[in-house]
Design a protein around this ligand. Structure first.
Ligand SMILES: [Zn+2]
Length: 158
């Protein structure tokens, strides 16, 4: 199907649906000739969809190709620092409202959504991590438990 036979439905000034009759006639003629139902009519990409696609492609190009195992977070998120605070924000500045992720260039409305995002597949993929966890053997687990016990004992002694 060529670019010229693209059929699109639009609405007129009163909101009524208007059909591209010439394009649909071309599709019908093609169906009568080949005996096959034409593929689904492609929709025109909206400006918003184009921007979203370009952003996705830009971020995907930036993502590391080699991915490491999923690791525990080492830094504190300090979500409670915004608790009970008020501030003026510029509505045009998307990053100022809510919780902004610089890696994914997106803004989340609340802390729960932000946490879901940070633990999500897409965010971790852009950080170069897969969602798989490294498998540890019994000795590694014993060593870790021993180290945690030692750490607890040293913190209890004054
Ligand atoms: Zn992110």
């Amino acid at each position: 199907m060529g670019e010229g036979s693209r059929a699109v439905s639009k609405t007129d000034a009163l909101g009524r649906q208007v059909w591209d009759k010439a394009a649909y006639a071309t599709l019908a003629a093609e169906k009568a000739r080949t005996g096959e139902v034409a593929k689904q009519v492609p929709k025109e990409e909206t400006e918003k969809a184009r921007l979203r696609r370009e952003k996705r492609e830009r971020l995907n190009a930036k993502a590391p190709k080699e991915r490491t195992f999923l690791e525990g977070r080492t830094e504190r998120l300090k979500l409670e620092t915004k608790l009970g605070t008020q501030r003026f924000v510029n509505a045009a500045d998307d990053a100022a409202i809510g919780f902004h992720c610089a890696t994914c260039e997106c803004t989340l409305k609340d802390s729960a959504a932000y946490m879901d995002h940070l633990n999500g597949k897409r965010h971790n993929r852009l950080l170069g991590k897969s969602m798989r966890v490294e498998r540890k053997d019994a000795d590694q687990v014993k060593d870790r438990l021993k180290a945690l016990k030692q750490k607890k004992l040293t913190s209890l002694t004054p």
